[in-house]
Design a protein around this ligand. Structure first.
Ligand code: BGC
Length: 748
């Protein structure tokens, strides 16, 4: 046995044994080397700590824990400070349950409303996803618990998720699918990153060196540990080489032996093993430094879950102030979900909630002077007595001042593991809405759903609509808080509600075919597409109403450098009650060498204001707010030109727009003989020299003919110089073009 220092794993086999889990949730230890076993648990919105029978599909029970609202709801808060508090609460609970690393947040982009796991992801927009994800991770890690941002990367569907290749062009990856990860990694320094199951451009994420090493470590500076998604590793040696340090779950040591054999055979450098082990050791040191078990006050956690949920609800429609409900009179509460709340999604994030509040009980508690009656309305198991249930509900609605219909997707309709096939509510619920709306004096619809649902057919028949998403275990109280006006709704949509599935940008390319899903819509995801192609939607990204009114005025935008700016705006609460507002700043870019979305969210802030109160909001727009990914330069590039800084009510409604001239990067592409005539003449250094040389070689008549013939110039503009040379009336001097090509390679 070779001698080993006390703090280093002894031999190769000991070291490789650390590279995969001990079991489903914990890592291997090397006591001699001072590396303890660590516990990793789901998940993003509640701690799923399993001690007995274990699984990662949400089948077996876990320890009771607070089920906070899932990401779909959280994102609608547009409030990083709220996410930070949520993270802290999750961290506290994780520590109390002996969890070292919490597996979340999930910051994948909602590419299609059909993705079964959209409830676990934040938004269709990378900035919103990244800012909220970073706040979540910072909160968790502030409690000495590690965070694991997932699923890296381009895991935007459940169909064939373990094999499918997400075929995405680099600009789209850089601008849409990677930035949320980049922000979490660079701002929150999460202890771990979880790679996804799918392939990215043909290579499994777990084996994708470009993704896990070049981009994540070399470009973003990630120094933590990369853990595989559960069962995502096929070829362990290839995965290790690419940058997957830890394989989860454990598999009895089989793949560790493969790694050791590769080292012994000389096909794998032992230093690669050492690096992965060092990262595991560093993780242990980080999360175990403060590993005392914390006590958790479940009542306080529940209260926080309610407060958070209430700030996530989105008031979509409120005709003639139907809401808040009057404190007297008669209310008919209709719908099974009003008594058995649907509050979380299915799969690995499923939490064993400490308790669940129902909207019905909470409404009754908050409206002591209102006669609150209840009818089941529909059955979540889809029983054949739908007509009977509907009739009873309609009879009740006819007698009430206001009917509150609580409807939504059933657990079987959406989950991790499969995608939806449509975006409709169950048929019996839609029929119920029609019937109740016909009979009721006023109808309020409260929606409970993890993925976006269509409101078509019934939207115009009802008076108010509240999108409550999946609001977590305290969602019943939060729904009541908003309906009664105890909380003024301030949620804003983090994803578009389309008219039809056919209108969604990924419609023709989702979920792919024969092992590939082509991200054919490119960067035109969500509102970027609707706004650019002028496709009408039911409710745009960023939409949400309040019981008060806000005025936003005095927008200013000033350049703070060649590629950065500051936007300022004054927000005033002009209504009669306290409220919160999400200020949204978008940027529209000038003409660039790439396709331009009409506008992109580049900054936001949530402000809280008393009636009559004003505040000035400052939003810094950094270089990235103006940059696009240029594939010819392999880099972020800020084009020179006039940008528009837009203050918007939502992605569609622009309140004010300020032009902003930016110097940008002033990049000129190096010229070659394949560059076009237009590129040659347009080049800042070579262009004038070329014009001069050509003019010098021409007779007066030739020069006059050339300057008169602008159309001819347009015709040859796109011609490569190589071909154009053959048409020149006078040949250029020898080596002249070579000199200009050299000149074009010198930075301006
Ligand atoms: C999911 C991950 C989860 C893991 C452990 C996988 O199936 O994709 O999100 O963290 O299981 O439960």
């Amino acid at each position: 046995m070779p001698h080993s220092p006390a703090d280093a794993p002894s031999g190769l086999d000991e070291k490789t044994s650390l590279l995969s889990g001990r079991d489903l949730w914990s890592t291997e230890a090397d006591e001699k080397a001072g590396i303890p076993s660590l516990v990793l648990s789901d998940g993003p919105h509640g701690v799923r700590r399993q001690r007995a029978e274990s699984d990662h599909l949400g089948l077996h029970a876990s320890e009771p824990a607070t089920c906070f609202p899932p990401a779909v709801a959280l994102a609608s808060s547009w409030d990083p400070a709220l996410l930070r508090r949520l993270g802290e609460a999750l961290g506290r609970e994780a520590r109390s349950l002996g969890v070292d690393v919490l597996l979340g947040p999930g910051v994948n982009i909602k590419r299609s409303p059909l993705c079964g796991r959209n409830f676990e992801y934040f938004s269709e927009d990378p900035l919103l996803s990244g800012v909220l994800g970073a706040a979540h991770a910072q909160g968790v890690q502030s409690q000495g618990v590690g965070s694991s941002v997932k699923h890296f990367a381009a895991n935007t569907q459940e169909t064939d998720r373990m094999r499918v290749s997400a075929d995405v062009d680099e600009r789209t990856l850089r601008e849409i699918y990677l930035p949320a990860f980049e922000r979490v990694v660079t701002e929150a320094l999460p202890t771990t990153v979880m790679c996804s199951y799918n392939k990215v451009n043909g290579v499994y994420a777990a084996e994708n060196r470009w993704l896990l090493t070049q981009v994540l470590r070399e470009e973003w500076g990630f120094e933590g540990l990369v853990v595989s998604d559960w069962g995502a590793v096929g070829d362990r040696v290839a995965a290790l080489l690419a940058g997957t340090d830890l394989e989860m779950p454990g598999n009895g040591g089989g793949t560790d032996a493969e790694v050791a054999a590769a080292v012994r055979a000389g096909t794998l450098d032992e230093a690669v093993v050492d690096t992965a082990v060092a990262r595991l050791r560093a993780l242990a040191a980080q999360v175990r430094a403060e590993a005392a078990t914390a006590e958790v006050d479940h009542e306080a956690q529940h209260r926080l879950a309610r407060e958070i949920a209430a700030d996530c609800l989105v008031l979509l429609k409120n005709r003639e102030r139907t809401l808040p409900l009057a404190p007297t009179g008669r209310v008919a509460v209709i719908g099974e979900f009003a008594q058995t709340l649907r509050y979380q999604g299915g799969g690995s994030s499923h939490v064993n909630a400490t308790r669940v509040d129902s909207p019905l009980d909470e409404l009754r508690a908050q409206l002591p002077d209102v006669q609150v009656d209840f009818a089941q309305g529909y059955d979540t198991a889809g029983q054949p007595d739908a007509a009977q249930l509907r009739e009873t509900a309609v009879a009740l609605a006819a007698q009430a001042d206001t009917s509150v219909l609580v409807v939504g997707l059933r657990e079987a309709d959406e989950s991790e593991g499969f995608d939806r096939e449509h975006i409709h509510l169950p048929d019996d619920q839609v029929e119920l809405i029609h019937a109740v709306a016909r009979a009721a004096r006023r109808t309020v619809v409260v929606l409970l759903n993890g993925g976006v649902v269509s409101l078509e057919g019934w939207h115009d028949e009802v008076d108010a609509v509240v999108e409550a998403w999946l609001p977590g275990q305290a969602g019943g109280g939060a729904v009541a808080d908003v309906l009664t006006g105890r909380v003024n709704p301030s949620g804003r949509l983090a994803e578009t509600i389309p008219f039809r599935l056919q209108d969604t940008p990924s419609f023709l390319n989702f979920p792919g075919e024969q092992g590939h899903v082509r991200y054919g819509e490119g960067v035109m995801v969500g509102y970027r597409y609707y706004e650019t192609a002028d496709v009408p939607v039911r409710y745009p990204f960023g939409h949400g109403l309040s019981y008060t009114t806000f005025e936003q005025s005095g927008l200013r935008a000033t350049a703070t450098g060649p590629d950065a700016a500051r936007a300022t705006v004054t927000v005033t609460n002009t209504g009669d009650r306290f409220g919160k507002h999400a200020v949204q700043v978008y940027v529209a870019a000038p003409r660039r060498p790439v396709s331009n979305p009409a506008r992109e969210l580049r900054g936001f802030a949530k402000v809280a204001l008393a009636p009559g109160e004003s505040t000035e909001v400052v939003i810094e727009l950094d270089r990235r707010a103006f940059a696009y990914w240029d594939i010819t330069r392999d880099d972020w590039t800020v084009a020179t030109g006039r940008y528009e800084v837009q203050l918007c009510e939502n992605a569609h409604d622009v309140l004010a727009s300020i032009p902003l001239d930016l110097e940008g990067d002033q990049v000129a592409k190096p010229l070659t003989l394949d560059s076009t005539v237009g590129e040659w003449f347009g080049h800042p250094a070579a262009g004038p020299a070329l014009t001069e040389a050509m003019a010098a070689g021409m007779t007066e008549e030739q020069a006059a003919a050339a300057s008169e013939n602008a159309d001819a110039m347009r015709m040859v503009e796109s011609m490569p110089m190589r071909q154009f040379l053959g048409f020149l009336p006078v040949p250029l001097p020898d080596d002249f073009l070579e000199q200009l090509m050299d000149l074009s390679r010198t930075p301006v």
